[in-house]
Design a binder for this molecule. Structure first.
Ligand SMILES: O=C1O[C@H](COP(=O)(O)O)[C@@H](O)[C@H](O)[C@H]1O
Length: 327
């Protein structure tokens, strides 16, 4: 099952240039089943996808548990996306704070941080229980924390310095260590936090289950520091690993692996701009006629039990059409 959304946006607001939304959005909210139509290929390996447009006007998210769902939400503008992302994140913060007295949030670097800006404003600045937040990074560049390439610095400057998360609950990497040591050190700290019941654990696998991962995607379809075609895509033993040949500078980084990402309770994939439309098309169309030959890292985000929501703008989905989405 997917989140239950309702949308009241008028078709006028929602009409994109492509044929993606030619008819009123209310008719386009039925879930897309991963079950293959006889004689056709399933577009997704196992998770259903539902489409929701104009999420900025949706009713409050229903937080009922739902396993293995995927949902695509499309906004007219990045500004509207940012408003909705703040509401979504604050809603999950409230849910997990009530349920377990803590909220474990994993950040990416890149454009994601700017998209979180609405959380630093009213009403969230005062209403979110920031003291319950525990903040992690899905990937980090192996540079000093005050280096312009640091994902920690990016998040601190653009987000964390503006909200009262206790500093001892912000888990930056140890920037005195080389890549392998930094990855091992971060994994050891995660294990300690699982032991301390700060991070939940998946009983069947023993993997950490973060409450929310806020992911971005590069134009090449990379997520975290997991790049197309790289051997790290196949890592199954480590929680956190390192890379010294990242195709995107800087070359030395640490990154969560797919087993950890996919054990999450909720993942928001935040993708904007036409430069990412090709990778979005590949990820949501199953790979036909996209120019990509291999499975992209973003396609390997397939949650074991959690809820995966794409937050996109119209530019990012500009290469999609009705056939691609199954609508
Ligand atoms: O290098 C990185 O890139 C990705 C994508 O960044 P974006 O600016 O294109 O959104 C980011 O998610 C990752 O954390 C970062 O290290």
């Amino acid at each position: 099952m997917a989140f239950s959304f309702s949308t009241v946006s008028s078709p006028k607001t929602l009409l994109p240039s492509s044929g993606f939304l030619r008819s009123p959005p209310q008719t386009r909210l039925r879930p897309f089943s991963a079950r293959p139509v006889p004689g056709s290929k399933p577009r997704f390996s196992h998770q259903p996808l539902s489409i929701s447009i104009g999420l900025h006007r949706r009713q409050p998210v229903k937080m009922a548990a739902a396993t293995g769902s995927k949902q695509l939400t499309v906004f007219d503008t990045e500004e509207e996306l940012a408003v909705s992302l703040a509401k979504y994140t604050a809603g999950l913060s409230d849910k997990f704070t009530r349920e377990r007295g803590a909220f474990t949030v994993v950040l990416s670097g890149g454009s994601l941080i700017k998209a979180l800006r609405k959380l630093t404003e009213s009403p969230y600045l005062d209403s979110v229980e920031w003291s319950k937040w525990h903040v992690f990074w899905v990937d980090e560049r192996v540079v000093k924390k005050d280096h312009p390439d640091s994902n920690y610095k990016l998040a601190l400057d653009g987000f964390l310095s503006k909200v009262p998360v206790p500093p001892n609950q912000i888990y930056a990497i140890n920037d005195t260590l080389p890549p392998e040591g930094a990855a091992d050190d971060y994994e050891a700290r995660l294990k300690q936090l699982v032991w301390d019941h700060v991070i939940k654990v998946v009983p069947t696998s023993g993997l950490p289950c973060f409450d929310l991962m806020l992911l971005g995607m590069g134009p090449d379809g990379h997520v975290a520091s997991l790049f197309p075609g790289h051997p790290l895509l196949k890592e199954t033993q480590k929680w956190v690993t390192h890379i010294t040949d990242s195709p995107k500078p800087p070359p030395e980084r640490i990154t969560f692996t797919f087993p950890i990402i996919n054990a999450s309770a909720y993942v928001a994939m935040v993708v904007t701009g036409s430069g990412k439309a090709g990778a979005v098309h590949k990820a949501l169309s199953g790979g036909e006629n996209t120019g990509y030959t291999d499975r992209l890292p973003v396609e390997m985000v397939e949650l074991d039990q959690g809820e995966f929501t794409w937050f996109t703008d119209k530019a990012a989905v500009s290469m999609l059409n009705e056939k691609d989405t199954g609508l």
